[in-house]
Structures are given as C-alpha cells and as structure tokens.
Design a protein around this ligand. Structure first.
Ligand code: PMP
Length: 406
C-alpha cells in the first residue's frame, strides 16, 4: 500500500484537537500511542452488541465474546509468528508479563546462587521484577553494559555467562536510547550455553516486523497501548515447553482444571496463566489495532518513521549545545537529548505551551541516567501518524525556547 498519511491521520480524531489554542503535536508515542477510530468503535460495538464473560457461560453473548477473544489470540500468534496459539498469554501489560515470568520461571528454574543477566539499558519494569525474584531465590544479578553510543557490549556476554547463568533479559529497542539490540545474536550466544532469553518488546513491535521464531527468544513481551490498542492489555509470548513447566503466577478462576481442599490441578496453556476475568473488551478491541497495523503494513510505517527520524536528527544537530543520548548505528524512532545549560523539564513545559507533547525526565530507566551522570533527558518518539511538518514545527519551537532560556 502507498503510505497515505492523510488517511492514516484521519483514523486518529485526537490529532485534530488544539492544545492551548495550538495544533496538537504528539511526540510521546513511546509512552503510549493514540487510539484509532477502529479501536474506539470496536470497544463500543462489543458493549452494544455482544458482551458477556468469556469461556465459561453457555449462552450466545458469552460464546460470541469468547470466539472473538480467542480470534485475537490467533491474530497475535500470526502477528509475531508464534508456533502455537497457546504460546500467547494475555496480561495487563509488559510490566505484568515480566512479573509473570520473573515469578513463574524463577520458581521453576532458579536456585540459590544462580545468575540472571540484565542489560544496563532496561526500563524499570524489566529490572525490578528480576530483583524481587533474585531476592526471593537468593540469586545474583549481573549487568550487561552499553557503550557511549548506547550499544550493548555483547562481546562481554561470553565472560558474563557462567554455568550458573539461567537467563538474560534485554529490551528489543531501548525506550531512552532508541537502540535496536541484536536479539538474534544475543539469543545465539545464550542458547549455546543453555541460557534462556527474555525480550522486552514494548518499544519494538509497533516499529518493525517481529518474528519470534526467527529471533528464537524464549519469551517476548509487549503492551497493546503502545501499538495503537487499548490500555490494560499486554502480551506474553513464551515457548510452550517452558511455559508448560513453569509454576502458575496467580491463582483463581480459569487457571484451574479441578479444585478441591485436598489439592488443585491446573488448566492447560494458555489458561494456566490467565487467572480471573481478563480484560475482555480491550483484548477484542486490540484486534482492531492489529488489523490497522496490517492495513498500513509494519514495513511501510517503519520506513516512514525512519525518514522522520533522519530528518529530526539532522535538524536537531544544528542546535548549538545539543547532545544526543543514544547514537547507535541501529536505532528506531526514539530520540533523547539535552541542551547545555537548560533543564529538560523547562524544555518540556514550554513545548507543551506551544501544543507539543514530549516526555522529560528519567523515562523509568534510572541506570541509563546514571550511566551518563544526568537527571533526565527530553525524549521525542514517533508513530505512524507523525509528519515532517510536525518536526519542523517542533524544531522552530525548540529554537525559540533555546533563544529565550540561554
Ligand atoms: N519496557 C519498556 C522498554 C517500556 O518502554 C515500557 C513502557 N514505557 C515498559 C516496559 C512498561 O510497559 P507497560 O507500562 O505498558 O507495562
């Protein structure tokens, strides 16, 4: 399909809003993307036409909701090319997916003195759950560092991995540096030494085609709200052999096979990890955002976003005193920077007054801030609906702010 930016923008009503009387420019897509009409309409349709609790009831509405819910599971399977539908587990978000694996994998596979390797560029949600698990299991956490460009030093993996290493956890794309990490290579090194790999794909699936079989990672997590879908839905992909062996994460309805006071047996995959009533409406509406990604084409939007990125970087480079954080050769649509002598919060606040939404602060990645010895950065991040013209407006506004504050 030809990339029709006007059609794409027409799907997102919020883009026509004004902020402080100015046209709204949204560059905080790494935090959450805006929602297209397709998703908003799907949510309304479900409630108006066929709402019921899924899986258990024997009536028309519940059956229809169940079928649609399970169809989205299959859609996700196809979207990431998982081998089987049961390898797709619905959670609340990437954070819950990490917590699930840190707990259930930890219970089964991690013993006292074992080691987990975490990359230095992780979001807090891919650090803290592992720290909690390490504390519970008396395991050790080791760090895979990144260099000044913001590239992981994977040459160090060989010496970091010991016979005690169980798992490496790493972001596919960093939410601060924009670095696209070489997941296939990391998985190859890890698997040679029987180490599992968890990939935080929260910043990846909306920017590039992800094929979990090709990556061969053992786990892959992402959030619907960053992929044009609703809030409160996440995905955990895991290899069936591992998920089957792992302990349940939460107890409750749906995840059991039989319950009695003398003992309980657990349901099969994926239900073993889906205790209680899930976010039915949002999962079904998430299907509409996957349809949209199909319609636009992930490869098409990737090349659109790469052009935006190239333009933004070349324009930002012209601003005196501007320093980028993350200049990896392989990077995606996130740009972090600071301008000498100006606090990132001041830039964010003044941009907001001009109708431009960016993110400032530590981006839930304190170790990245510590690496560079800074408190925070300004971060802009792109989505399928952003334009070169918006970037020009942003650069103009930024130059005005610099002139004012310097
Ligand atoms: N990992 C990364 C790389 C992220 O960018 C985010 C969201 N900022 C998360 C994890 C957490 O995602 P969620 O809040 O949707 O659980």
């Amino acid at each position: 399909m030809e990339y029709n930016i006007n059609t794409i923008r027409s799907y997102f009503p919020i883009l026509n809003e004004k902020v402080y009387g100015k046209p709204f420019i949204y560059f905080d897509n790494a935090a959450s993307t805006q929602k297209p009409l397709q998703v908003l309409e799907a949510e309304k349709r479900i409630h108006n036409e066929y709402y019921g609790n899924i899986h258990r009831a024997a009536h028309y509405m519940a059956d229809k909701a169940t079928a649609d819910f399970e169809n989205v599971r299959q859609q996700v399977q196809e979207f990431i090319n998982a081998v089987a539908k049961e390898e797709v587990i619905f959670t609340k978000g990437t954070t819950e997916s990490v917590n699930l694996v840190a707990f259930s994998y930890g219970e089964k596979y991690v013993q006292v003195g074992d080691e987990i390797i975490i990359s230095e560029m992780e979001h807090h949600s891919n650090i803290v759950p592992w720290q909690l698990m390490a504390k519970r299991k008396n395991a050790t956490i080791k760090i895979l560092p990144f260099n000044e460009q913001g590239e992981l030093e994977i040459g160090k993996l060989d010496e970091l991995i010991t016979t005690k290493t169980r798992l490496i956890t790493v972001a596919h794309i960093s939410n601060v540096l924009g670095t696209i990490n070489p997941i296939k290579e990391i998985v190859r090194i890890a698997h040679k030494k029987n180490v599992h790999v968890f990939v935080d794909g929260a910043q990846a699936v909306q920017h590039q085609k992800v094929d979990v079989q090709e990556l061969d990672a053992d786990f892959y997590a992402f959030s619907a709200h960053k992929t044009y879908g609703p809030n409160g839905v996440g995905i955990l992909y895991g290899k069936k052999e591992l998920l089957n062996e792992m302990s349940p994460y939460q107890g409750g309805g749906e995840m059991i096979s039989e319950v009695s006071f003398s003992g309980t047996t657990f349901n099969e995959l994926p239900y073993k990890f889906e205790a209680g009533t899930p976010n039915i409406t949002s999962v079904i509406a998430f299907g509409a955002s996957l349809d949209l990604l199909d319609e636009v084409g992930v490869d098409n939007l990737a090349s659109w976003e790469n052009k935006l990125m190239g333009f933004a970087v070349s324009e930002l480079k012209k601003i005196e005193g501007l320093r980028f954080y993350g200049e990896a050769e392989n990077r995606s649509s996130v740009i972090s920077f600071n301008i000498e002598g100006i606090h990132s919060y001041d830039i964010g606040m003044l941009l907001d007054k001009l109708g431009i939404a960016v993110r400032t602060g530590h981006h839930c990645a304190d170790p990245v801030m510590q690496h560079y010895g800074i408190q925070g950065t300004v971060r802009i991040s792109f989505a399928m609906y952003n334009t070169k013209d918006e970037i020009s407006q942003f650069i103009k506004a930024l130059k005005k702010i610099v002139a004012m504050l310097k």
